[in-house]
Design a binder for this molecule. Structure first.
Ligand code: GRG
Length: 291
């Protein structure tokens, strides 16, 4: 069921991106950009946005451009994350990573172009959002992507390699590296739903918890996953001396922490009643997933 939902949503976002890029001037970077963002990945962040849209009763038409923007940021981060100067990975999503396919310089430029494309998509005059909403969403996306978000988290992740870090430090790093973009997914949808300041903040915090849960599941897959299903090399975290909760506390204790976190998230979503059903199902998938 959830797989069908993911595939359907991914197709929707891919089509949006193909369409958007086809209206732009052609360039040498279009091919590596498409390689990085289209026809690959679960597009789970888009599904989270669309599920949150159902929960807050937002028309899907208003959300597709936001989904596409998030996928551009996410794909840029993966392209750069795979570079030799970062995590140095040759495979991603079951195919060669971008720098292996196109060379390092092109991968850096395609990643950077996806980062800027995200903002271009949101700022586009179409797509049913008011100027005030766009302004708030652009501000939030920049905050979640830059040094206070995923890039800052990535810097900590690299600096923490082969160092003894506390669980508090690890969780803070993972909240930035992975959680912040999920914070954006829920908070941006709340902005479009015209929610109050406090509701937006609270939903963002739930999003960040979902992102942390997603990262913990990613760490579990690195240990117990199947490389073909995961689409990238596994058992790398230990070799690289990555600071993860699993490496600090062991699999069982880290898993217990994740289960508790999931229960807490579901409890907070309960007040939205049956409108939260889809989002709750996606959260169950996040922790149980094998890809
Ligand atoms: C600014 C030069 C420069 C680099 C930035 C921001 C950054 C590098 C890296 C981001 C950190 C990162 C890759 C976090 C990992 C998050 C994560 C669990 C990724 C896997 O996400 P999935 O499973 O991937 O959603 P798919 O392939 O399904 O899209």
């Amino acid at each position: 069921m959830i797989k069908n939902k993911l595939i359907k949503n991914a197709k929707k976002i891919d089509n949006f991106l193909i369409n958007f890029l086809s209206r732009q001037e052609n360039s040498l970077l279009i091919k590596p950009m498409k390689y990085g963002v289209i026809s690959g990945g679960k597009k789970i962040r888009s599904t989270i946005i669309l599920d949150t849209g159902k929960m807050l009763m937002v028309n899907e038409k208003k959300l597709v451009s936001i989904c596409a923007a998030v996928e551009c940021i996410h794909s840029y981060s993966l392209i750069h994350d795979d570079l030799p100067c970062m995590d140095n990975d040759s495979y991603r999503r079951g195919k060669l990573s971008s720098h292996k396919k196109f060379g390092e310089a092109t991968a850096v430029l395609a990643g950077s172009s996806l980062l800027t494309l995200a903002f271009e998509i949101i700022a586009d005059e179409k797509y049913f959002l008011s100027l005030k909403q766009k302004n708030e969403i652009i501000n939030l996306l920049a905050n979640c992507s830059g040094h206070t978000g995923i890039a800052g988290g990535q810097e900590l992740d690299l600096k923490f390699e082969n160092k003894k870090k506390s669980s508090k430090q690890i969780l803070n790093m993972q909240r930035k590296k992975t959680g912040k973009l999920f914070n954006f997914c829920l908070q941006a949808t709340a902005i479009i739903a015209n929610k109050s300041k406090i509701e937006k903040k609270n939903l963002g915090k739930i999003g960040e918890d979902i992102g942390l849960l997603f990262q913990l599941a990613d760490d579990f897959l690195d240990i117990k996953g199947n490389m073909t299903l995961v689409g990238k090399p596994i058992k790398k975290d230990k070799k690289k001396g990555k600071s993860t909760l699993v490496n600090l506390k062991g699999f069982e204790r880290a898993h217990l922490y994740a289960e508790k976190l999931k229960k807490n998230i579901l409890l907070k979503l309960k007040k939205h009643g049956k409108n939260a059903k889809e989002l709750m199902e996606t959260i169950e998938f996040i922790i149980e997933r094998n890809f």
